[in-house]
Design a protein around this ligand. Structure first.
Ligand code: ADP
Ligand code: MG
Length: 729
């Protein structure tokens, strides 16, 4: 073997765990060492500035210039102490990754002198050279420039030698160009709406925050092997490759012991996370070989989203030191479990109550039921929008692929809560008699157990499951920025809670109902209306697809279909109504996502074509020549009777020719379809063409290549095989 594969395989033979010196058992001391958090702020700011900053963080108050100057100089002093030499505004443009532009603190001040400079104006606002970020035509139509603006609610941190300041990214005319801006707007909307509703139960509630705990799944593979695979390097997944004799079928990986190299990586990663105050707690092997999960304690959603983006950055950086490549792709290997990013979501009041946790009294349970039923109603009314929020070229490989949640959105709540809702549904409408109310409070609402028993054996096939004290949105892709689904979920929840409150208030005013009666009445109505979205059975089976169709649930299997709902009239209005996205912003995002889809499938198409033509076919021919030489030799020795000895070889020669022809034909046809698609100017049509005309060829090409992989001498095969990628420890 003289190819890159053989070189990579030799490299992996010498791999050892990278053992670091850090005091791993003293993590509590290290916690948040690299974060300019409340503690540090108190230490570095005078009390007036500290109070002003907290007001801005908690209540979104404006920060005036002199306070900004003080914050900047405090941050600078702290960051220089932490060894920082540069600063950057850190933001999340619509590329799906994070962006930074580093500037040095250092500035010459004349007379051959220099000093470290960083003032309020640099802290508050910057103008990154942003013309290369996706904007969906916004900056062309409006104003050429965009700027980043400080988000004080997410604390600054030092990474390496750079002070990073979380910011939003908007155009000069105010349109959002990032994922954070609409998220912050949605969090505000749901805060307002949920606070109003929570006041029915406790007048002291002044604010409701969203809590998010994500669970990040990923694969770790040796970086030398990854580099020998152009498909992994360029598209994040394997486009070819026959399954290995041993895969995940023995189920020996899930919660199995973590290989020492991976463990060393995870330890160093956790070490970095702790110093950045990302509260990482758990890790274990996932179902597939070399697959892992990392999950923090839940946090306020804006911070949790930043922490997930930051974690993905840190994971990539630490992996380099360990000679690993992290694969975040939802489906890096055919036939092997994919990766997701569960979003555990709930609402909490500033009085310390989790609004999705059953309480100990009937009243607190009525509050729980209110938020619980409203969530189900929101998902029922906007399931297609929720589906759109997780649509991407890579997540298409996972949703509905028989091992991940289906593309049909449904809600699982468990047996106990189903009973509660069934009983609530039976309540007669209108004013409740005192007896009925007592009965209801004692035997229905009062019977919700504080700890929900059946949430331990919960339904793993549901895309949106209540898992005790929180809903878990499981269909989110592992590459996703959580801000996107979180923006949608919180927007539809805000909308729903506003409708709910209007209804309850009108029953109180117009029908002279008591508050409880009114709430029961509206909830009962919602339970009835939202029934079709509830599903407790197996979400992976074909039976569910049929049943869901009967119920009229949407089942948008691919990204172009799923995204289309984002720009229908109602949804554009919905986002406008709550000031989350303007019409222009909605349209722009839709364009960007379509373009992203097209680009990704296009890249995959090019890569698979190149691999097939310039890796696989030449290798197949080389091996076929070996066979031909062998047959010629046999002929030389055995003369006319050679066929008796060369029958199998002749058959193999023919089979190889057949597969070569199959590869060439399908690559040719795929390229023709790509040419047609590329000529299309309508974004939606183009995406559909890539989805329905170009992409199906990937599988057709792959089948022939994978068959050749099984036949051709292992010595000659140029690409690291599945067993090497997946079982190298
Ligand atoms: P698992 O789903 O693996 O069984 P848990 O149920 O303990 O584990 O929690 C999974 C995730 O849910 C964790 O990341 C945790 O932080 C998060 N979580 C727990 N409670 C809440 C909540 N109230 N709001 C948001 N996330 C939560
Ligand atoms: Mg989970």
């Amino acid at each position: 073997m003289s190819n890159l594969r053989s070189f990579a395989l030799k490299e992996t033979l010498n791999r050892k765990p990278r053992l670091t010196e850090e005091a791993h058992n003293r993590r509590s001391e290290l916690y948040a060492a690299n974060v300019f958090n409340k503690e540090t702020q108190r230490h570095y700011l005078d009390s007036a500035a500290f109070t002003a900053l907290q007001e801005a963080i908690v209540h979104g108050k404006r920060i005036d210039r002199s306070i900004a100057d003080q914050c900047a100089s405090a941050m600078k002093a702290w960051a220089l102490n932490r060894g920082a030499t540069h600063y950057t505004h850190w933001f999340q443009p619509l590329t799906g990754t994070t962006a930074e532009k580093h500037d040095a603190f250092f500035e010459p001040i004349g007379d051959g002198k220099a000093m470290e400079k960083f003032g309020g104006s640099q802290l508050v606002q910057q103008e990154p050279d942003a013309s290369s970020f996706p904007n969906g035509g916004i900056r062309n139509t409006f104003e050429a420039r965009g700027y980043t603006a400080w988000d004080p609610s997410s604390p600054a941190f030092v990474m390496g030698s750079t002070l990073c300041i979380p910011t939003i990214f908007v155009s000069y005319t105010g349109e959002a160009l990032d994922n954070k801006t609409p998220l912050l707007r949605a969090l505000q909307a749901v805060d307002n709406a949920a606070t109003d509703v929570a006041k029915y139960f406790d007048k002291n509630v002044k604010k409701v925050i969203v809590t998010l705990g994500w669970e990040q799944e990923f694969f770790l593979i040796d970086d030398a092997l990854a580099k020998a695979r152009p498909d992994i390097m360029m598209s994040g997944r394997t486009l070819l490759g026959h399954s290995s004799a041993k895969g995940q079928q023995l189920d020996d990986h899930y919660f199995g012991s973590i290989p020492s190299r991976a463990l060393a990586y995870l330890r160093e990663l956790e070490f970095e996370c702790v110093s950045l105050a990302i509260p990482v707690k758990t890790r274990h092997n996932e179902v597939a070989p070399n697959q892992f999960e990392i999950a923090p304690l839940f946090e306020e959603a804006n911070l949790a989203v930043d922490h997930n983006s930051l974690l993905m950055d840190v994971m990539t950086k630490v992996a380099e030191r360990h000679h690993f490549k992290v694969l975040f792709h939802e489906k890096p290997f055919a036939g092997i479990n994919g990766s997701g990013k569960h979003n555990n979501w709930s609402l909490a009041t500033d009085t310390g109550v989790n609004l999705l946790a059953p309480g100990k009294t009937p009243m607190s349970n009525l509050q729980f039921l209110t938020f619980f039923v409203n969530t189900i109603m929101a998902v029922h009314n906007h399931a297609d929008l929720l589906r759109a929020s997780i649509a991407s070229a890579s997540n298409d490989h996972r949703l509905g692929a028989n091992e991940a949640p289906p593309a049909i959105i449904s809600v699982f709540i468990g047996e106990q809560l189903t009973k509660v809702l069934d009983n609530l549904e039976k309540v007669s409408s209108g004013k409740l008699s005192p007896e009925e109310k007592t009965e209801l409070k004692l035997n229905v609402v009062g019977k919700i157990p504080y700890v929900l028993l059946d949430n331990t054996d919960r339904n793993r096939t549901s895309p949106f499951a209540f898992t005790g004290q929180k809903f878990e949105f499981r269909a989110v892709g592992s590459t996703a920025n959580c801000a996107v689904p979180m923006t949608v979920l919180n927007t539809i929840m805000a909308d729903q809670l506003i409708l709910f409150k209007a209804k309850v208030d009108s029953l109180i005013e117009k029908k002279k109902m008591k508050k409880d009666d009114a709430i029961f009445n509206v909830l009962r109505d919602y339970i009835k209306k939202s029934k079709s979205i509830r599903f407790e059975g197996d979400g992976y089976g074909d039976a569910w697809v049929k049943e869901a169709k009967k119920r009229g649930l949407s089942n948008n299997k691919n990204t172009p279909d799923a995204l289309a709902v984002k720009i229908n009239k109602e949804n554009i209005k919905l986002f406008e109504k709550h000031n989350i996205l303007s019409h222009v912003e909605s349209e722009a995002r839709y364009e960007i996502e379509l373009e992203d889809y097209v680009m990704r499938v296009q890249i995959e198409g090019r890569v698979i074509g190149d691999l097939a033509n310039s890796y696989i076919i030449p290798t197949a021919i080389e091996y076929q020549n070996m066979l031909l030489k062998n047959v010629r030799g046999l002929k030389e020795i055995f003369g006319a009777s050679y066929k008796k000895h060369a029958g199998d070889q002749l058959e193999m020669i023919q089979t190889i020719s057949k597969h070569i022809a199959g590869v060439r034909k399908n690559v040719y046809e795929m390229v023709e379809e790509r040419k047609k698609a590329n000529k299309m100017t309508d974004g939606a049509k183009k995406a559909k063409a890539y989805c329905n005309k170009v992409k199906p060829y990937f599988e057709k090409i792959r089948v022939h290549c994978d068959q050749l992989e099984l036949m051709v001498s292992d010595e000659l095969w140029p690409l690291p095989k599945y067993r090497e990628l997946l079982l190298t420890k």
